[in-house]
Design a binder for this molecule. Structure first.
Ligand code: AMP
Length: 211
C-alpha cells in the first residue's frame, strides 16, 4: 500500500522476481482492459483518466477472478488492492474462500512533494507495464522500454491536476484502511524515499523481520 507514485509497482515487480510469485496490480489489470477495449475497459476508462476509484462491485469480481487463478496458489504480491474499507471486506471474503491469509501489509511512505515530482517524471511501458523515471530510472534508450522495446508513454492520470485528485482519494478512502491493518498487527511501514534499489533493500529487511 502507499500513495500513488510512492513506488508500489516498482517494488512489487522486484518482489515478484525475488519471490517467484505473481505481481497482481489492479491498476495494470484495469489499464490492460482499457487498452483492449473490453466491456470492463469501456466502463472504467473515464474513471481511470479522472483518477477516481472504480466501483467496489466491479473490483469484487475482478479480484475474486484473479486470485482464483492457478498461478496465485503459492502466494502473490497484491498491489493497489484493497483501497477502500469495503474492499478490505471483499479481500477477507475471497481469501477465506481460498483458505489463505495475508502474511503482511507493507505501507510505503514518502513526503507528498517527492510523490508529485516522481509522478510528473514517470513513464510507463503500455505493453509490459515496466516503470521508468526521466531522472531517477531512465531507460537505456530515451523513450523506449528496456524490456520489450515499445514506446514509453505518460499515464493520462499522471498530469498535475489528476495527481492532486488521486492524492485526495488516497487520503480519504485508503488511509483509513491502513489503520485497519495496523489494528490487525499486519502493517509494516517502509521508508520509500531514495533510489528504488535502496527501497528494495529496506523492504527486503522488513520482509525478513530485520529492522
Ligand atoms: P494504480 O496503477 O494502482 O495507481 O491504479 C490506477 C487507477 O486504477 C486508479 O486511480 C483507479 O482509477 C483504478 N484502480 C486501481 N486499483 C483500484 C482499486 N483497488 N479500487 C478502485 N479503483 C482502482
Amino acid at each position: 500500500m502507499g500513495m500513488p507514485g510512492v513506488g508500489k509497482g516498482t517494488q512489487a515487480t522486484t518482489l515478484h522476481e525475488q519471490l517467484g510469485v505473481p505481481h497482481i496490480s489492479t491498476g495494470d489489470i484495469l489499464r490492460e482492459a482499457v487498452r483492449q477495449g473490453t466491456t470492463l475497459g469501456r466502463r472504467v476508462k473515464g474513471i481511470l483518466e479522472a483518477g477516481q476509484l472504480v466501483p467496489d462491485d466491479l473490483m469484487r469480481e475482478l479480484i475474486a477472478e484473479r486470485l482464483r487463478q492457478d498461478d496465485a496458489r503459492n502466494g502473490f504480491v497484491l498491489d493497489g488492492f484493497p483501497r477502500t474499507s469495503e474492499q478490505v471486506g471483499i479481500l477477507d471474503a475471497v481469501l477465506s474462500q481460498l483458505s489463505i491469509s495475508l502474511d503482511g501489509v507493507y505501507l510505503l511512505t514518502a513526503p507528498e512533494e517527492e510523490i508529485v515530482r516522481r509522478l510528473g517524471g514517470r513513464r510507463v511501458c503500455p505493453k509490459c507495464s515496466a516503470v521508468f523515471h526521466l531522472e531517477t530510472r531512465p531507460p537505456a534508450s530515451a523513450g523506449v522500454c528496456d524490456g520489450c522495446g515499445s514506446a514509453l508513454v505518460q499515464r493520462p492520470d499522471d498530469t498535475e491536476e489528476v495527481i492532486r485528485d488521486r492524492l485526495r482519494v488516497f487520503a480519504e478512502e485508503t488511509l483509513p484502511i491502513v489503520e485497519t491493518y495496523r489494528r490487525r498487527d499486519l502493517l509494516r511501514e517502509v521508508d520509500a524515499t531514495g533510489a528504488p534499489a535502496q527501497v528494495a533493500q529496506r523492504l527486503q529487511q522488513t520482509l525478513e523481520g530485520v529492522s
